[in-house]
Write a protein that binds this ligand. Structure first.
Ligand code: ADP
Ligand code: ASP
Ligand code: MG
Length: 425
């Protein structure tokens, strides 16, 4: 019998009626003769609401260990309700927390990495003919004995890791859109669904802010050869297959557009360190201080300062949530590093185009910059990788920029895309 892992995101289990609908869908898969392991996210915007609550009881950062305790409770609610709903349909179902399911992680609260998956209890449940429901986004660290979370959107990683550990036939990611589109359909209404995408392109799209799949999940799938099928829990349509395979199967059309998709990301901020002494070792010193806070840096730009000689300005982008810790660490090292001023800007967006075809195609940057110029959008930073170009713009210009780029690369579909649910939060 084949094993299928099915992951349901928050918008698919937002209320009691949705949970019953999802339970029907799981039951149908089981009745069709498959073994089923389900991974579930917290209901609707529960995780955001819990975060808001934490920020109301404390000024500054809530204690990371306690924050993980709080946030993991969201997935416990949905897993238990889903198991009850499935049992109500006459099938056996058992729910498990991340630690019960053997998701062993490192100790980093809020951004733990999976070290090992030991799904003994899940295998037992399956052997008993039950459907196993696993709480997404959470794990357990053996050294500290504490509960961890994998980072926002981390339920996708739980699903892919379980699919790899249990050698599932496919890892189905159910969400509130019909699959992976050429852009976020909430931002670019003319975005269209793609039938297939490579893990390579999907990693870049996820890094560029396409939250339809969490980047760590795609990286995991790439390393372990897990086949992902992203689809809607609100329709029966086929979604998008994400695989390592780039060679088309026989009979399949060889159509490789230069650009696979456009992504927007409003989750980053920009920090600028003004007046850094222009001598060797300063960047190393600064980015060591930043790295010690565990923050991940995205783009970096260094300029010759226009106002001072012998000094430079360094700007970089990073997750908004990492800004307070990084600012505090840099401020504490101001005298030691010898910079003049520390600025930060929350009002930015990153807009990117991604496509494996860029490797062999000239003029992609020129086309992108022309589209932005014609749309009246100013670029503040630019960075490129082999198959991606990203620009930083004002946050308010993100949608205009994404739509202009989408049209310029010929990605616009005929009709407007369908978004079934969710608040997009
Ligand atoms: P879930 O709650 O199921 O985990 P998410 O909100 O994390 O759902 O991800 C689904 C959302 O991702 C969609 O509603 C859509 O707004 C957004 N999204 C961003 N980029 C894309 C894209 N390229 N294709 C499809 N959806 C995208
Ligand atoms: N509930 C978590 C979040 O909102 C994990 C997830 O949904 O994947 O980030
Ligand atoms: Mg998600």
């Amino acid at each position: 019998m084949s094993l299928i892992v099915q992951k349901f995101g928050g918008s698919s289990v937002a209320d009691a009626a949705s949970i019953r609908r999802v339970a029907q869908r799981i039951a149908a898969t089981r009745r069709a003769g498959h073994d089923v392991v389900v991974v579930v996210s917290a209901m609707g915007d529960t995780t955001d609401e819990l975060l808001d609550l934490a920020n109301q009881v404390v000024e500054g950062h809530p204690a990371p260990r306690e924050l993980d305790m709080l946030l993991t409770s969201g997935e416990r609610i949905s897993m238990a309700l889903l198991a009850m709903a499935i049992k109500g349909l006459g099938l056996e179902a058992r729910s498990y927390t991340g630690s019960q399911a053997g998701m062993i992680t490192d100790e980093r609260h809020g951004k733990a990495r999976i070290l090992e998956v030991a799904p003994r209890r899940i295998q037992e449940a399956i052997a008993d003919g039950a459907i196993a429901i696993v709480a997404g986004f959470q794990g357990f660290n053996r050294e500290t004995g504490d509960i961890t979370t994998l980072g926002r959107g981390g339920s996708d990683t739980t699903a892919v890791a379980l699919a790899a550990a249990m050698d599932a036939e496919v890892c189905e990611i159910y969400t509130d859109v019909d699959g992976i589109f050429t852009a976020d359909p909430r931002v670019v209404p003319k975005a269209h669904k793609v039938d297939r995408i490579t893990t390579e392109e999907m990693v870049e799209l996820a890094a560029a802010g396409a939250k339809v799949l969490y980047i760590r999940a795609v990286e995991f799938a790439r390393r372990h050869g897990v086949r992902i099928h992203v689809r809607s829990s609100f329709s029966d349509l086929e979604g998008t297959i994400v695989t390592n395979r780039t060679v088309p199967a026989e009979g399949e059309t060889v159509e490789e557009p230069v650009v696979a998709g456009v992504a927007t990301d409003l989750s980053e901020s920009k920090i600028t360190i003004v007046g850094v002494p222009d001598v060797p070792g300063k960047a190393a010193q600064i980015f060591t201080i930043v790295a010690d806070t565990l923050a991940n840096i995205d783009m970096i730009v260094q300029n010759v300062s226009t106002t001072r000689s012998g000094e430079t300005d360094i700007s970089f982008t990073l997750a908004k949530s990492d800004v307070p810790a990084v600012l505090a660490a840099l401020e504490a090292a101001r005298a030691e590093v010898g910079f003049a001023e520390l600025l930060h800007d929350d009002d930015i967006a990153k807009v990117s185009v991604v496509g494996a075809g860029m490797r062999s195609s000239a003029g992609v940057s020129a086309k992108l910059f022309t589209a932005l110029y014609e749309a009246g959008v100013n670029m503040e930073m630019i960075s490129t990788s082999e198959i991606r170009i990203s620009v930083v713009t004002r946050a308010s210009a993100a949608a205009t920029a994404a739509r202009a780029i989408h049209a310029a690369f010929g990605l616009d579909g005929e009709a407007d895309a369908v978004v079934y649910a969710g608040t997009g939060r």
